[in-house]
Design a protein around this ligand. Structure first.
Ligand SMILES: NC(=O)c1ccc[n+]([C@@H]2O[C@H](COP(=O)([O-])OP(=O)(O)OC[C@H]3O[C@@H](n4cnc5c(N)ncnc54)[C@H](O)[C@@H]3O)[C@@H](O)[C@H]2O)c1
Ligand SMILES: [Zn+2]
Ligand SMILES: [Zn+2]
Length: 371
């Protein structure tokens, strides 16, 4: 069938709308009518070329939710009309990582930037005038319809607003888990969150949920700082120097228990500043992404060893989507996790480029495309 989707023809480039051919779902697949798609900075990293993808054109988007319109042959447990949140990382359920509850590290992750099926590096479901079109993370949430693997789908109750819970497919779990799982925040701690976008605001929420006494949000944009204060931050400042001084003032000069880096275009210098802000045996969590070709983080190796500090990467908040997305839905239902408040602006698919412009100019906590 035909669908309209936002594609990148070249990088660096901008997302533009094209009419695509979409294949029917095969065994283990679902065709989805999209309802909503969040715009994450990782989609912009692909457009800018910071993150290198395996194939162009690519139909963008990896955060979203929709309704099943067709179920592949012998694909049990799924029906037309099911409501689905997409997980940007597929989980096979059988590899050593899935088996140990670390679905975010599932071996299927190897093909998210190839844009093929998660289990087959040669197989595409979208095309443009006969040329295969890659799907970001095997998903392409920036398309009116898409065909995905069931390994990327989490079924949810039909009463939930898909326009809102779509954010659970990347941004919310990534930020929340960065605090709760990766920074291992516990009651009374002092936490710095560096960069308050769609990810960082959820690190703020996660740190608050875990009982942090002091949550210092850092962002150069005033609107971001105000948003952080509304959603759990106790302090909000424009730079790491001030944040570090505040953290030291609460910890007898030692520094923050953890610092979480969620800057849009993360550099080694950002990570170095976060690493310097933490106390002995503290944790510096790196969630933000920068240029794939960048190497080197300016940290003192002596500080790393003698202060026994930890530098900790975090992918999708070290979460297991089929367990943690339902858990976060419960938290949303009980009012403990705010989602509606995260959506600053909504867009039509045709305005996707404007949405990314607004993101880059600091106008959105999260922008969401509504179909
Ligand atoms: N690890 C993962 O699993 C994962 C998942 C999704 C996104 N990401 C990455 O996380 C990062 C954040 O994504 P997002 O969607 O929240 O981006 P965003 O653009 O919405 O937010 C980034 C924020 O960083 C702020 N910022 C810029 N420079 C700063 C500085 N020097 N100090 C403090 N703040 C600064 C910006 O003002 C903005 O508010 C991106 O690099 C994205 O690719 C990682
Ligand atoms: Zn994302
Ligand atoms: Zn797996």
């Amino acid at each position: 069938m035909k669908t309209r989707g936002a594609i990148l023809r070249a990088v660096p480039g901008e997302y533009e709308i094209a009419e695509l051919d979409l294949d029917e779902p095969r065994h283990g697949e679902l065709m989805i009518k999209m309802v909503a798609a969040g715009m994450c900075h990782s989609d912009d990293h692909i457009a800018s070329g910071d993150t290198q993808v395996g194939h162009l054109p690519m139909c963008g988007g990896h955060e979203g939710a929709g309704v099943v319109v067709q179920v592949g042959p012998e694909t049990y447990g799924w029906s037309e009309g099911d409501h689905v949140i997409f997980s940007f990382l597929a989980a096979c359920g059988r590899c050593r990582w899935c088996a140990k509850g670390m679905q975010n590290l599932c071996d299927r992750g190897a093909l998210i930037l190839a844009g093929t099926r998660p289990d087959d590096p040669e197989s595409y479901r979208m095309s443009l005038d006969g040329t295969p079109v890659a799907q970001t993370c095997g998903l392409s949430t920036f398309s009116e319809y898409t065909t995905i693997s069931v390994e990327s789908a989490v079924k949810v109750d039909k009463d939930l607003p898909l326009e809102t819970v779509c954010l659970l497919g990347c941004g919310v779990g990534t930020g929340w888990g960065a605090a709760v799982n990766s920074a291992e925040v516990y009651p009374g701690q002092t936490v710095i969150v560096m960069g308050v976008g769609g990810i960082g605001i959820n690190a703020v929420q996660g740190a608050a949920h875990a009982g942090a006494a002091n949550i210092i949000a850092v962002d150069p944009v005033a609107f971001k700082r105000e948003s952080a204060l509304k959603l759990g931050a106790t302090h909000a400042v424009a730079d790491m120097e001030e944040a570090t001084a505040i953290a030291q003032s609460f910890t007898n000069g030692q520094g923050a228990d953890s610092a979480i880096v969620t800057v849009g275009v993360t550099t080694g210098e950002h990570i170095g500043a976060a690493f310097s802000s933490i106390r002995k045996a503290g944790i510096c969590v790196v969630t933000g992404l920068g240029k794939q070709t960048d190497f080197g983080i300016p940290i003192s190796a002596m500080e790393l060893t003698l202060y026994q500090k930890r530098l900790q990467g975090s992918l999708f908040g070290a979460s297991a989507p089929t367990a943690d997305i339902p858990w976060m839905i419960d938290l949303y239902r009980s009012g403990k996790l705010k989602l509606d408040e995260l959506i600053t602006n909504t867009y039509k698919l045709d305005d996707v480029a404007q949405g990314f412009k607004d993101m880059r100019e600091g106008r959105n906590l999260r922008g969401v495309i509504l179909f």
